[in-house]
Design a protein around this ligand. Structure first.
Ligand SMILES: Cc1ncc(COP(=O)(O)O)c(C=O)c1O
Length: 471
């Protein structure tokens, strides 16, 4: 006999909306938790190409590919089928203690064959954060192996985004990722954010600004002591910090400084990797010659969690010797190189090749970039910027002086809400709006994305005028 109170509970459960059940149960990442209790979620139930659908049947153009990752959109059957086939064949196995599986081997070979610079080996993990945490540990291990235990500091940049685990959140250069989390850990240094529009001095050209950035990097290395600085990590384009493109000659000048003081370069390709900038890697677009690369997101088109760290032969040889000395390289995750995620990643890379997705990105990128630039004259737009299929629009209270809005006014958040209303999902990074649509997006969908965004921007402008927020 069913217990009366249990059947009452399930009846109540069925009648409750998914929003109220979510509010009752979940802590959401990157959410104002208290506000969520009254706002509730937007519940997404399905997807088709560059569109996603909510539980009420509304469709939205996903202008950020979810979280910069759904490169093949939301309905690629080949990936679902690859996962299913692998599930039937070998649903799980690990790669600890000399174990391997064919799909993991094939994926490692494939990744090495497309690496931005010659790389020796791959270490698989499950997220961008795990990749960057792994990188930090590898660098410490490497310098201990080389008998220079003091050379451990890692340079990152203000506004960088490298993840949220303890070491990767420390590398991240955004205040909210540190505040009250007791971060950053010791040994992480943040140098200047190379955003020319925001931080250049009056009359300073991009090249001059880059020289100043490289100069202050050099000063920082010298003041810390070059024998204490191990590496610098950088996204070729800074993503979550505001889609900040490197100014002309920046990477060239930074790399010259790093070379001079024997400081390794880590390219965080988590967003830029796999075609986003119109080349396979952001490192190719901006001339980076990294010693270590971390990648994730579009590696599996976001369909399953997988990420990877690639290391040069110089680094690998040292790690191998040290593990021989200790007896084990004691690092790894239960799901490092999971067969199903590996199969989906491998199929993703095959789809990129079969459909010549890079050529497609290069074909549609001019329309995307022209679309962004069209907002340059809007009264509350300060800067439009981008390359390939990534870009941003930065809102300002005063175009001439580049004065931002008061962050408390929540202008970016308001715009994001209006964008939902007009059926486009964009990401406000403060008052900078990021665009990073699926790489499969077509010309007419790019037009639709900006048409819907324009309506939201105009609503925002009306609000700004009504509340007297512009200067
Ligand atoms: C450049 C970069 N690195 C690392 C990460 C962290 O990746 P994950 O969220 O998979 O841990 C992100 C996530 O957005 C990223 O953009």
């Amino acid at each position: 006999m069913p217990n009366a109170s249990a059947s009452n509970a399930s009846a109540t459960q069925a009648s409750r909306t998914s929003a109220s059940r979510d509010i009752a149960t979940s802590i959401h990442p990157y959410t104002n938790l208290k506000l969520h209790e009254t706002e509730g979620p937007l519940v997404i139930t399905g997807g088709d190409g560059v569109f996603v659908r909510d539980e009420d049947g509304n469709t939205y153009l996903e202008a950020l590919a979810g979280l910069w990752c759904a490169s093949l959109g939301f309905s690629e059957r080949r990936l679902a089928e690859a996962a299913y086939r692998q599930m039937l064949k070998l649903p799980y196995y690990h790669t600890f203690a000399h174990k391997a599986h064919d799909v993991g081997i094939e994926l490692a070979e494939k990744l090495l064959s497309i690496a931005p610079v010659p790389m020796a080996k791959i270490f698989f993990v499950n997220s961008g954060s795990e990749a960057n945490d792994t990188v930090v540990k590898l660098i410490w291990y490497y310098n201990n192996a080389l008998g220079r235990p003091q050379k451990k500091k890692i340079i990152s940049r203000t506004k960088a985004y490298h993840g949220v685990t303890v070491a990767s959140a420390s590398l991240t250069g955004l205040p909210n990722n540190h505040r009250d989390f007791d971060l950053p850990i010791a040994g992480v240094l943040h140098v200047d954010c190379p955003h020319w529009y925001r931080f250049a001095q009056p009359g300073e050209s991009e090249e001059e600004f880059s020289s100043r950035m490289a100069g202050s990097l050099e000063q920082r290395i010298l003041s810390e002591g070059p024998d204490t600085v191990a590496a610098m990590i950088g996204e070729p384009i800074m993503g979550a910090g505001g889609v900040i493109l490197p100014p002309a000659t920046y990477w060239e000048k930074v790399q010259a400084v790093l070379k001079k003081y024997d400081v390794l370069l880590i390219a965080d390709e988590v967003i830029c990797g796999f075609g986003r900038t119109g080349n396979m890697w952001g490192s190719m677009t901006y001339g980076l010659q990294p010693d270590i690369v971390s990648c994730a997101k579009a590696l599996s088109a976001g369909y399953l969690p997988i990420a990877a760290v690639m290391v040069s032969s110089g680094i690998y040889d040292v790690l191998a010797r040290q593990s021989e000395k200790i007896g084990v390289f004691a690092h790894g995750f239960t799901y490092s190189g999971h067969p199903v995620t590996s199969a989906v990643a491998l199929e993703t890379l095959k789809i990129y090749e079969d459909t010549n997705l890079l050529a497609h990105v290069r074909e549609v990128a001019p329309r995307m970039q022209a679309g962004l630039r069209r907002f340059q004259d809007h009264p509350i737009v300060g800067e439009t910027r981008g390359v390939g299929l990534i870009g941003a629009i930065e809102l300002v209270a005063n175009k001439k002086t580049r004065t931002p809005f008061d962050p408390k006014a929540g202008v970016g958040a308001f715009l994001s809400k209006r964008a939902h209303h007009h059926r486009v999902i964009i990401r406000p990074l403060g008052d900078t709006i990021a665009f990073c649509p699926p790489l499969i997006i077509k010309d007419n969908e790019i037009d639709l994305m900006f048409e819907r965004f324009a309506a939201a921007l105009n609503d925002t402008y009306d609000m700004v005028r009504e509340r007297g927020l512009a200067q």
